[in-house]
Design a protein around this ligand. Structure first.
Ligand SMILES: Nc1ncnc2c1ncn2[C@@H]1O[C@H](COP(=O)(O)OP(=O)(O)O)[C@@H](O)[C@H]1O
Ligand SMILES: O=C(CO)[C@@H](O)[C@H](O)COP(=O)(O)O
Length: 495
């Protein structure tokens, strides 16, 4: 019997389940979307049970509509949207909707962290407290929902909640634990000083495990709902950017990727966990034990395009937006867009900045606007790549992952903006393959990720920078770069 693993990618827009065979061939895929709850500007939440139902429904569909036998799925693992706060009572039931990575309500709590712990906080976590991380969200709940906080028994990350409901076991892997900013990077333990300072009991924090750790089997209840076998082994999994990195072969020093998911990410494998970007970039544990990566995050990348479509072109499929944008000239007729729809994380940690269209002209058409949105994200990636370049990194090439890399246009915009080669993956958008690789290594199919990557990671098209486009973007970038400074005060006055 052929054998398979499942990679479950719990994204922000949807959960994507990929069945992959022992030589890395994608055998089947299923996707289920779930809503984002935005009750107020800057607030971004999701219902944890929507993730669970979506995952179970996607697996059920995949099992029903493919030829895969339940026993052939030997293992599964996860890639999860990072930093989300899931609060559980003592019966492991969610106490409120999850507060997500792109929720920007916690400016004040970030200041409180620095007031209480100062530079020692950065020394412990290797990160500046930023609004998207988990700790400030915990403090927001303590301050704003004290009665609910009294009932909290466990704190976990999004994919850990889904895994809990599939196995009855609660754990967190190191790559997601770093994203909480409660992990001590040196000891790789929950930091006692941080927990004490912010009144978090150690018992609330799940046990720490490696991404490849075997944490249990699919439970009987989950097997009934999904069509999986209870013999399927479950491995902890990783933060989506950590899983995306292994899924795109970013497993050696100097290698870089970009992700166009709901968020946008420029990511670099780091050989040294003590690398210091003065808080402008994040530093995290990787999916491979004792490996590290840094990244800069654009809060609304794919989300900017999704927002534009939902607001102005409701019934157009994404691929038709690509066609519209491809008809517009490079530089979108000098129409510029900044993607700060919910605030920004990098290079500006600013929860009160908002997006702009600059240079709107009476001759602009809808294609110019769509292209301007895609280019605005590209300019933001250039801002992030420049942080690396200023520190001497030669951005030789990047691997483009995430849903936006499916576009025939966006990777070319990236290549022209960054003036570097952009490689696409052949069969999946990155994090799902990374999750499948974690299961494959966990099962012992491969002795290490390097050997697994040789079979599982396949590069497809390469987009090379086009001289004339690069020239146009070189001309427009300094203008784009000024928009933040020129609009920050105006936006801050709106709050
Ligand atoms: N054909 C396409 N052209 C451009 N963007 C696309 C296309 N298909 C999907 N996307 C973008 O991909 C994003 C979703 O990517 P995905 O990696 O699935 O996100 P997440 O992991 O956050 O759920 C959407 O927000 C959308 O903007
Ligand atoms: O906050 C971060 C990384 O720090 C985001 O990258 C999230 O991890 C969400 O990822 P996507 O849903 O956009 O893939």
């Amino acid at each position: 019997m052929q054998k398979y693993v499942l990679g479950i990618d719990l994204g922000t827009s949807a959960v994507k389940v990929s069945a992959v065979d022992h030589v890395g061939r994608l055998a089947a895929q299923a996707i289920r979307h779930y809503p984002l709850i935005q009750p107020k500007p800057g607030y971004n939440e999701q219902n944890p049970d929507d993730w669970v139902k979506g995952t179970e429904a996607a697996i059920h569909y995949l099992m029903k509509n493919s030829q895969l036998q339940p026993e052939s799925i030997q293992g599964l693992s996860y890639s999860g949207q990072m930093h989300g706060l899931v609060l559980l009572d003592r019966n492991y039931q969610p106490l409120r909707s999850a507060i997500l990575w792109n929720d920007t309500r916690t400016t004040q709590q970030c200041h409180e962290i620095m007031d209480k712990m100062g530079q020692s906080f950065i020394k412990i976590t290797h990160n500046q407290p930023l609004a998207g991380f988990t700790l400030p969200k915990i403090m927001w709940v303590q301050e704003n929902q004290p009665k609910l906080w009294q009932r909290v028994a466990y704190i976990c990350q999004p994919k850990d909640y889904v895994r809990l409901k599939m196995t009855d076991q609660l754990n967190v892997d190191y790559s997601d634990a770093t994203g909480t900013i409660m992990l001590n990077m040196r000891t790789q333990q929950w930091d006692p000083k941080i927990l004490k300072t912010f009144h978090i009991s150690r018992s609330m924090c799940p046990p720490l495990v490696d991404s490849t750790s075997y944490v249990g089997n699919v439970s009987e209840a989950c097997a009934k709902l999904t069509g999986l076998s209870t013999k399927a082994k479950v491995f902890a999994g990783a933060a989506d950017n950590a899983a995306g990195a292994v899924g795109s072969g970013i497993i050696k020093p100097g290698m870089m990727s970009t992700s166009l998911g709901t968020s946008g990410v420029v990511l670099k494998y780091e050989p040294d966990k003590n690398v210091n970007y003065q808080g402008q970039l994040q530093c995290e544990d990787g999916a491979i034990p004792k490996t590290y990566y840094s990244m800069g995050v654009t809060l609304s990348a794919g989300e900017s395009l999704r927002w534009f479509r939902n607001t102005f072109l409701k019934h157009e499929p994404m691929k038709d937006l690509d066609k519209l944008a491809m008809k517009a000239p490079v530089g979108s007729n000098r129409l510029l867009f900044t993607p700060y729809l919910v605030g920004e994380r990098a290079p500006y940690a600013d929860t009160r900045i908002r997006g702009s269209f600059i240079g709107v002209d009476a001759t602009d058409n809808v294609g110019d606007f769509v292209r301007a949105v895609m280019e605005g994200v590209g300019f933001s990636f250039r801002d992030l790549a420049n942080i690396y370049r200023k520190r001497g990194t030669h951005v030789k090439s990047v691997v483009a992952i995430g849903g936006g890399s499916r576009s025939p246009l966006w990777p070319q915009i990236e290549a022209d903006m960054l003036n570097t080669n952009v490689y696409k993956l052949i069969n999946e958008q990155g994090p799902g393959i990374g999750a499948a690789m974690i299961a494959a290594v966990g099962l012992g199919w491969f002795p290490d990720f390097q050997k697994c990557a040789k079979k599982f990671v396949h590069f497809g098209e390469v987009y090379r920078p086009r001289y004339n486009n690069v020239k146009i973007y070189n001309h427009l970038y300094p203008v784009y770069h000024q928009i933040y400074k020129q609009t920050a005060l105006l936006n801050h006055q709106l709050f």
